[in-house]
Design a protein around this ligand. Structure first.
Ligand SMILES: NC(=O)C1=CN([C@@H]2O[C@H](COP(=O)(O)OP(=O)(O)OC[C@H]3O[C@@H](n4cnc5c(N)ncnc54)[C@H](OP(=O)(O)O)[C@@H]3O)[C@@H](O)[C@H]2O)C=CC1
Ligand SMILES: C[C@H]1O[C@H](OP(=O)(O)OP(=O)(O)OC[C@H]2O[C@@H](n3cnc4c(=O)[nH]c(N)nc43)[C@H](O)[C@@H]2O)[C@@H](O)[C@@H](O)C1=O
Length: 314
């Protein structure tokens, strides 16, 4: 299923962590007709504007990397927006893509769609077999609806649309805001700041015992192109590395990369979230794809990128 490199490909959310990595990967892969729009240019919550945009550009391929995204506290404290914005963005985008009969569409969800206490590693068949983690249930329900919309379009219209569920991601263009970000960029920033200010301690949210799996976003982007060319199945597919670490271990790794030697404490008033969410990546492996970046190298290159941004701002 090789995609013609001249096909119009719309990357929704092309300035974000994921969308920008997909854009880079497609450019490197020789794609010559990439389409992007910022949320200021096209608010995907606006149904009429979304239909107009798709009718104008008629993409042959749509990659949905546009979403309201955030870490554990942003999800816990803004369930209304995480549900409503994400439902509207994805429904409008998929309805408009259907209207112009976009041939290939990749919908991206997240590993939080699986039950809080799913068996580990989490196989795709665990979907809808148990209760969700309450800090991100609204977001997860929106993402589950997205998987269902892909399946419905496949069934009813015969279009080869697919969905994929990445594990926790990191890399260039991540969100480093300390309140709304995910753990990895937050720790890079917090250990860097502590090093600069000679702070005696960096305090982690929660107990540090939850386990998480981290995939470099360039690997995810590579997997997305691979799936668009090699995967055609109604079932969603997990994208991860197949290994996880505790948050404490991650913090020690980030401290090492940054060069911080002070203490690491815990703020037990903050939530831990899901105790573990290691994806079962056997289906993706069986297709012939695996990630290239190990965690320590990935954190080091992301820290280098972060320092460059700081230098650019100075
Ligand atoms: N980050 C992670 O750890 C993980 C992410 N994912 C999934 O990957 C996808 C992308 O996430 P990520 O790149 O991290 O998120 P980012 O926040 O980095 O990027 C989100 C993008 O969505 C766009 N966007 C948000 N709201 C709107 C809107 N109303 N209209 C148009 N565009 C909008 C933003 O556009 P603009 O910049 O122009 O405002 C931005 O480019 C999501 O579906 C997420 O669920 C899955 C697993 C883990
Ligand atoms: C991708 C995924 O992302 C979210 O789920 P999450 O994996 O729980 O996200 P997280 O990266 O924010 O936290 C991981 C762990 O790390 C701990 N932690 C320590 N110190 C900091 C810290 O400083 N910041 C943050 N954010 N977390 C910290 C934190 O307490 C938690 O135990 C959901 O939005 C979900 O919807 C989703 O899809």
């Amino acid at each position: 299923m090789v995609i013609d490199r001249r096909s119009p490909v719309y990357v929704a959310g092309h300035r974000g962590l994921v969308g920008s990595a997909i854009w880079r990967r497609l450019e490197r892969g020789g794609f010559t007709h990439l389409i992007g729009a910022t949320s200021a240019e096209l608010d995907l919550r606006d149904r009429a504007a979304t239909f107009t945009f798709l009718a104008e550009h008629r993409p042959a391929v749509v990659i949905d990397a546009a979403a309201r995204v955030g870490g554990i506290l942003a999800n816990r404290d803004h369930p209304t927006e995480f549900l409503s914005d994400n439902l509207r963005i994805q429904v409008n985008l998929m309805d408009a893509a259907l209207e112009v009969r976009t041939r290939r569409l990749l919908f991206l969800g997240s590993s939080c769609i699986y039950p809080k206490f799913a068996g580990q590693p989490i196989h795709e068949s665990s979907l809808l077999t148990g209760e969700l983690e309450p800090t991100n249930d609204a977001y997860a329900i929106a993402k589950i609806a997205g998987i269902m919309q892909v399946q419905a379009v496949r069934r009813q219209y015969g279009l080869p649309w697919i969905s994929a569920m990445p594990t926790n991601l990191y890399g260039p263009n991540d969100n480093f805001d300390l309140t709304s970000s995910h753990v990895l960029p937050a720790l890079i920033r917090r250990f860097h700041d502590a090093l600069q200010s000679d702070a005696p301690e960096v305090v982690l949210w929660g107990t540090g015992t939850p386990r998480r799996e981290f995939l470099h976003v360039d690997d995810l982007a590579d997997a997305c192109l691979f799936l668009l060319e090699n995967y055609d199945d109604p079932q969603t597919i997990n994208v991860g590395v197949g290994e996880d670490v505790t948050i404490r271990e991650l913090a020690e790794l980030v401290a090492r990369v940054v060069g911080y030697t002070g203490a690491i404490g815990n703020d037990l008033s903050k939530p831990d979230g899901t105790p573990r969410k290691l994806l079962d990546v056997s289906r993706l492996r069986a297709l012939g794809w695996k990630p290239a970046t190990d965690l320590e190298r990935g954190v080091a290159s992301t820290y280098a990128w972060y320092l460059e941004q700081l230098r650019g701002e100075a």
